[in-house]
Design a protein around this ligand. Sequence first.
Ligand SMILES: Nc1ncnc2c1ncn2[C@@H]1O[C@H](COP(=O)(O)OP(=O)(O)OP(=O)(O)O)[C@@H](O)[C@H]1O
Length: 355
Amino acid sequence: MTARAESFVRLDQVTRAFPGGGGVSDLSITIPRGSFTVLLGPSGCGKSTTLRLIAGLETPDQGRIEIDGREVTALAPSARGLSVVFQSYALFPHLSVAENIVFGLKVRRVPKVERTRKLKEALALTGLEGLDDRKPAELSGGQRQRVALARAIVADHPLCLMDEPLSNLDAKLRHGVRQEIRALQRRLGMTVIYVTHDQTEAMGMADHVILMRAGRIEQQGAPVALYEEPATAFAASFIGTPPMTLVPAAAVSILAPAGYVQERLTAGVRSEAVRLLPTGVGPLPATVVASEFLGAETFVYLRLAGGETLTARIPGRAEPVPGAAVSVRWPEEATHWFDCETGRRIAIPHMAEGS
Ligand SMILES: Nc1ncnc2c1ncn2[C@@H]1O[C@H](COP(=O)(O)OP(=O)(O)OP(=O)(O)O)[C@@H](O)[C@H]1O
């Protein structure tokens, strides 16, 4: 691995506004060659618009887009050297698996011998051998998705854009196909830009996550950076299962830092940092609302004295009774602080041990 990966896709201050509102504003993104980048965010935040701008299916009002060192801002999609995998798969129902996969190659007049070789390779890579004569209607959702992937693979483009490619699959299948896509991307050295609103998918697949909100970038970085150091309260509450608990600083005033106006702070804590203790032992009294046993761990839903809710994630089994009085504690350094108004993270130096 090189210390500094080469930039492959670059968006420089790209804006696309739609007449009825929406779109994206002032996006600056650098995507390294061979990386797996996920565009993540809630519905309507501009993920698909960003992907469509890179694909050339939308034109920016302002800004510049580069792929592989070449400006493509005004180029047609076909001239950008990329493939796109959509949520709908976009397969031709009357064509067989094999015909669907090589359709683009035929249009480009790639010779038959070459087409056959690439088809064989793509069928093997996607585990579709033996299904080449079937029609899309005779395949499962997961298999259809693999045909769409195989079609992207035979195109041999170094950049592949994927828009919610797994959203039509059930949870179990999604997990398997997720791993397959990632393994394939690594093996082929492709640069992938992948859109999802599912933060688990993003965290599990991405080298780099771009979290979007209302047409802008909220935070970008490695999954671990977004998890451990969310830049805003929004990022904190969007990422993690369960997401970070956020409460007004006054609810945990015993932990609040000196020298700050408490009313202006929001406190956040990840559920795995919360320790559940007998009543009176921890600094914060709480009541058990419910618990959820998940096998390896138990989520315990709690209510603090002021009515705020908090989740504790306890390894293995925990059997607190709903309604039971308990107390909670978490390490001082596990508290994240955010400005109430701007939502931005505030770096607060930790107090010395024991003070
Ligand atoms: N062609 C269009 N014309 C008008 N408005 C549009 C158009 N495309 C997108 N928008 C608006 O721009 C905003 C962003 O849409 P976009 O599809 O990029 O969001 P998204 O994050 O991909 O959402 P989802 O996860 O629901 O697909 C939305 O408010 C949407 O209504």
